[in-house]
Design a protein around this ligand. Structure first.
Ligand SMILES: *Cc1c(COP(=O)(O)O)cnc(C)c1O
Length: 331
């Protein structure tokens, strides 16, 4: 595998820290060895997992002669915020097509957190109703920019393309190296799964290294069947792009029990996991992604699916700004 052959714009603070979570581990009983890979600390305008994908996507945009990034997500999209910051850093314009993907939120939801940062970062924000065809809406915005003489580059939801996923192939290499430096056996990596690029990249990276660590995705979409299909498809196309063997179907684990009723709706278990991360390790998790993944990790250890003798790494994917749109997540 020759990852260096793909152009990459450095945007993230790398390597992100790999830290033990001894107090959280003890609270689970059984002496579980749990670590956290701090991709919330990638550093770009609040950080998060999208920055690694954007290192490759922005390079692809530049290679295509683009001077403008167009992307999409929910109103509190962390991906949109990191894209707006990448565009600012690279002197590009940015349009964000945001859909009201989560029903019944209050007015603060559309004023604070990620959307506040999008506007501060100078992006053009377009809010659309739930159910809007995001691809069509982005194409319309891109056509307008083209009419103005710009060269837009359209990035789909979550930056989850073969190119974006390369960021997490690279992250897998980084993690395996860090574990080796510490003589840490790496048995499992747990991460939230939504648009799928993070999990697909991790899977392809582990496979390419012939590493046996289980990569476990916690579905946050409340549709594990679709998430599984998305991740499988993206892992296959990312492996093809890299010229490596695609991960076998049995390597793909998607846990569907922790998403709650819908995307963006935290359950009591989500909020409890957020409090536990915060109060044992000072780790701030968000109610849409990372706290659902933490609820999954806690349950998988406490029910013995991950045994106490295994070493599990929790990938903290970020999302802190979105927390402020959920004032109920705290007390
Ligand atoms: C986008 C996002 C995820 C999900 O990553 P995908 O690559 O879309 O599956 C997880 N956590 C946070 C905080 C995110 O913003």
């Amino acid at each position: 595998m020759d990852l260096a052959a793909w152009p990459r714009v450095p945007l993230a603070h790398l390597p992100t820290p790999l830290e033990p979570m001894p107090r959280l581990g003890r609270s689970m009983g059984g002496g579980a060895s749990v670590w956290v890979k701090r991709d919330d600390a990638t550093g770009l305008a609040g950080g998060g997992n999208k920055t690694r994908k954007l290192e490759y996507l922005a390079a692809q945009a530049q290679a295509a002669g683009a001077d403008w990034l167009v992307t999409t997500g929910g109103v509190q999209s962390n991906h949109a915020r990191q894209t707006a910051a990448a565009a600012a850093r690279l002197g590009m314009g940015c349009d964000l097509v945001l859909t009201r993907a989560v029903p019944d939120r209050d007015t603060a939801y559309e004023a604070t957190g990620n959307i506040q940062l999008d506007q501060l970062l100078g992006a053009w924000v377009h809010i659309h109703p739930a159910g809007t065809d995001r691809t069509e809406a982005m194409d319309a915005v891109a056509a307008t920019r083209r009419g103005e003489g710009h060269t837009p580059f359209v990035i789909p939801t979550g930056g989850s393309t073969e190119t974006g996923s390369l960021g997490y192939v690279r992250a897998a290499l980084e993690l395996v190296n860090q574990a080796a430096e510490r003589d840490l056996r790496l048995d499992a990596v747990i991460a939230p799964a939504s648009s799928g690029g993070t999990l697909a990249g991790l899977l392809v990276g582990m496979q390419a290294l012939n590493h046996s660590a289980r990569v476990i995705g916690i579905d946050v979409e409340a549709d594990a069947t679709t998430t599984r299909r998305t991740v499988a498809g993206l892992a296959a196309s990312t492996a093809y792009e890299l010229g490596v063997t695609p991960p076998a179907a049995e390597r793909l684990h998607i846990e569907g029990a922790y998403a709650g009723p819908a995307y963006g709706i935290p359950t009591e278990a989500t909020l409890a996991a957020a409090r536990r991360g915060a109060r044992t390790e000072g780790l701030v998790l968000d109610p849409v992604y990372s706290a659902k993944a933490m609820a999954g990790l806690l349950d998988l250890v406490e029910t013995g699916t991950l045994t106490g003798s295994e070493t599990a790494v929790f990938l903290h994917t970020g999302g802190l700004p979105g927390l402020f749109a959920y004032p109920e997540a705290g007390p």
